[in-house]
Each structure stands twice: as C-alpha cells, then as structure tokens.
Design a protein around this ligand. Structure first.
Ligand code: CTP
Ligand code: MG
Length: 404
C-alpha cells in the first residue's frame, strides 16, 4: 500500500515581504518596533496573523540584525500549515534597503510581490486580496489608499499659504503589490530613497492602481498609535493542537561541529566537565557535542541553525554550557509543535576517553533535553586528520523529531 504522504506544496505565485527591521525611534518602545507588544503578542505577530489569513503566499520576513531567530519563531507560531513558506532575512539601514534584502529572498517562480509594513499590524486579510485582485486584473502595481478626511493646508513659515483640494488626495497604505519583474527592475534602477514602493515603481515609469484601504491598516508610528492599536486589537487565540496545524510527519536533522584545543580553563564536552583535559576554544565553552545536537534539532524543525538563535551577538551565551543551549532549543521546538524522538551523536577525538563516562554524558544531555533519549558514541580516526593528530574534536549528530 502507498503510504499516506502529503503532496509537496507547489511554489505559490505570490510572495509577501514583511518589512520589520526598523528601530521604532518615534515609538520609543525599548526594543525594535516589530517586537514591541500590543497585548501579550508583538506587533510582528499580529501583522503575521493578517498575512497568513490572506491568500497563500511565500512569506519573507525582514528582521533587524540579531533578531532573525525571534522573527522566525514568531512566524512559525503563526504560520500553521504554511510553515514551509516562511523565511527570514536581515534588514538594512533604510526601509528601501530592507525591501531590497527581502526581494533577494523571493523564490524564482513567484510573479506577484507584495511589500507590507509589519508596523501596520492590524491590516485585515481582505486588503491583501484586493491588491492581488487588481494585479490579476492587469495592473503592474496596486496599493491600498484611504481618502484624506482632514482639511489640508499648505503652510510656510507658520502661515497658511494655500488650501489644498483634499478630494484629489489619498493616504497610501500597505501591502503594496507589484508584478515581480516590475518591482525587481524598479529596485535595480533606483538611485535615491523613496518613501514607499509605489513611488519607486512610478519613478521607473509604471502606472500604479489604487484599491480601497482600511482604517485598521494604519501604521503604528507613535505611542498614541500603539494605544489606538491596543484599543482595537482582537486577541490571538491560544494555539489548538489541531490535526490541520500539526506537523504531519516525523523529520530528521543533521548537525556537525568542530572545535580546536587551545581554550582557557577546563574541558567541557557532551555536557560534562573533564578535569585535567585540555580545553576547547570557541564562543561559549566549545562543547562541539552539544552544538552538533543543537544544529541537528533546529535543522529537523526547520528553525535555522545555531547561529540563528545563539549568534555571537548574544552575550548571555558567551560562557554558557550545554545545558543552556539545549534547554533553549527544547523550548523552541515545543513552541513550533515538535517533541524529540531521539538524538544520536558521535564524537571523533583522541581524548578525552569516553568509555568510562558515556552513561554520564548521555544522562546529562538527556536531562537538558527534557528526558529525551540521547545516545553518545565515540571513535578515533587511526591517527588521520585533525582529530587524529589531536588538534581538535569533531561531533556529528542526527535527531528525529515527531509532531507534539
Ligand atoms: N523598516 C525596515 N527597515 C528599516 C526601516 C524600516 O524594515 N531600516 C520597516 C519597519 O520595521 C516598519 C516599516 O518599515 O515596519 C515602516 O517604517 P517605520 O514606520 O518608519 O518604522 P521604523 O523605521 O521602525 O520607525 P522610526 O522611523 O520611528 O524609527
Ligand atoms: Mg522609519
């Protein structure tokens, strides 16, 4: 009988680039704006709810440097069955540079690209639908707009110099959608900063259509905007362990790591301290066994790798031992709906000699992973290679995850 394997998802024809890499200077929320809470969930998390309720699309999130892992975690929490459509890239110094970084992450077969401000966190999915429909109907580009309700004056040096006919004016919102080749070419041609993507595309000579915007698509810019959002927000329901959202099949992951001898202090390997043995060098304690396991687990879950979550810009992990890395990894897996089936890791090294402490190492690693089965084997390489010459240690791990 043929096993019941879900079909491989075809590449969607649209992508949404969610720009979330701004610092939020005007909001002054203490962290990058996308990570400021509206309720118990962040601006980014609320923005992604609208994105994932809209027609299916690849989703490229553009995150501030150092927050890529957090963005990926939030995305996988809200993506449900669309988790394989999500990726995170690092943003740039301006919004335009961030959109450009996002564009580089759009898959080749995608032919409609929407650019959306994470700061427009409450944008309803219907706005995405209207923009996509306008492009399907033939427009090169389409943006949501709202009529301007205030009476508008031109002011110069504190004096009203003219009234402006507001019937001709509209306020532009996002998502702004474009044919992919039009947006790509306009970005390649851009020689200055524009305030939005529509202006950049218009400069490249393309007409841009207007569709109806929505009051809820306002941009959270100032503390007053955040208060407004707090008054309007609909709470995100806790995630139900539903069949539809549960990852369908077990997944395996592979991780390897290498560290050289030459560190300070004691050797830490496989979660144990090894008195009298030479230390390994590296960020944190150089525990290649633990780091290989982290990579295997994150890879199996599609959560990036150790650099995504424990990069050298995270000082709290600079001196951390295996337990801290593994505990955080276990939490990330849980949030994404996975539990560990088992982990198998092999150490290649002349020393330390593992045989006497194998059970102890397995127990330490297993405890740090919430009691999951961890087996450790060790081997030498007959004097060959860098492990054979005693320069360092290599570790190879495979992990199996099963839906929680
Ligand atoms: N943005 C970005 N990369 C930047 C600047 C802005 O991805 N270098 C994103 C923001 O995260 C936001 C959207 O562009 O979702 C609109 O920008 P804005 O509201 O100006 O946000 P910030 O730049 O973060 O805020 P401020 O200008 O007050 O610092
Ligand atoms: Mg800004």
């Amino acid at each position: 009988m043929t096993p019941d394997i879900p079909p491989i998802t075809p590449v969607p024809r649209a992508a949404v680039i969610v720009v979330a890499a701004g610092s939020g200077t005007r909001l002054g929320g203490g962290s990058p704006k996308a990570f400021v809470g509206i309720d118990e969930h962040t601006i980014l998390r609320h923005a992604l709810r609208g994105v994932f309720a809209a027609p299916e699309a690849q989703v490229v999130i553009v995150a501030p440097e150092g927050r890529e892992g957090d963005a990926l975690t939030e995305a996988l929490e809200s993506a449900g069955a669309r988790r394989d459509l999500v990726s995170v890239v690092r943003g740039g110094a301006s919004r335009q540079a961030s959109v450009q970084a996002g564009l580089r992450g759009v898959w080749p077969d995608v032919d409609i690209v929407l650019v959306h401000d994470a700061a427009r966190a409450l944008t309803p999915p219907e706005v995405f639908e209207r923009v996509i429909r306008a492009i399907d109907d033939g427009a090169d580009g389409a943006i949501p707009v709202l009529p301007v309700v205030d009476t508008i004056k031109r002011v110069d040096a504190g004096e009203i110099v003219a009234a402006v006919d507001r019937s001709q004016l509209s306020a532009a919102q996002t998502p702004q959608g474009f044919r992919r080749h039009v947006l790509d070419a306009a970005y390649r041609a851009a020689r200055q900063e524009f305030t939005d993507d529509a202006a950049l595309v218009a400069e490249a000579g393309h007409p841009v259509a207007a569709v109806a915007g929505d009051d809820l698509a306002f941009k959270i810019t100032t503390p007053a905007d955040l208060d407004r959002a707090r008054g309007l927000v609909v709470p995100i329901a806790p995630r139900q362990a539903s069949l539809e959202h549960a990852p369908a099949l077990p997944r395996v992951g592979l991780g390897t790591d290498v560290h050289a001898f030459g560190g300070d202090g004691a050797l830490w390997l496989a979660g144990l301290e090894w008195p009298g043995e030479p230390a390994l060098s590296g960020h944190s304690d150089g525990d290649a066994v633990a780091h290989a396991i982290v990579d295997a687990l994150l890879s199996a879950a599609g959560l990036g790798d150790i650099g995504t979550h424990f990069g050298t810009d995270r000082p709290e992990y600079a001196a951390a031992h295996a337990e801290a890395f593994l505990a955080r990894t276990l939490a990330l897996l849980g949030e994404a709906g996975w539990r560990i089936g088992n982990v198998s890791v092999q150490v290649q090294a002349n020393r330390p000699r593992f045989s006497a402490r194998r059970a102890e190492a397995e127990a330490a690693l297993s405890a740090a992973l919430g009691g999951a089965s961890v087996t450790v084997s060790a081997t030498t390489t007959d004097g060959l290679g860098f492990t054979g010459s005693g320069e360092g240690v290599a570790a190879f791990a495979v992990a199996l995850l099963v839906p929680a």
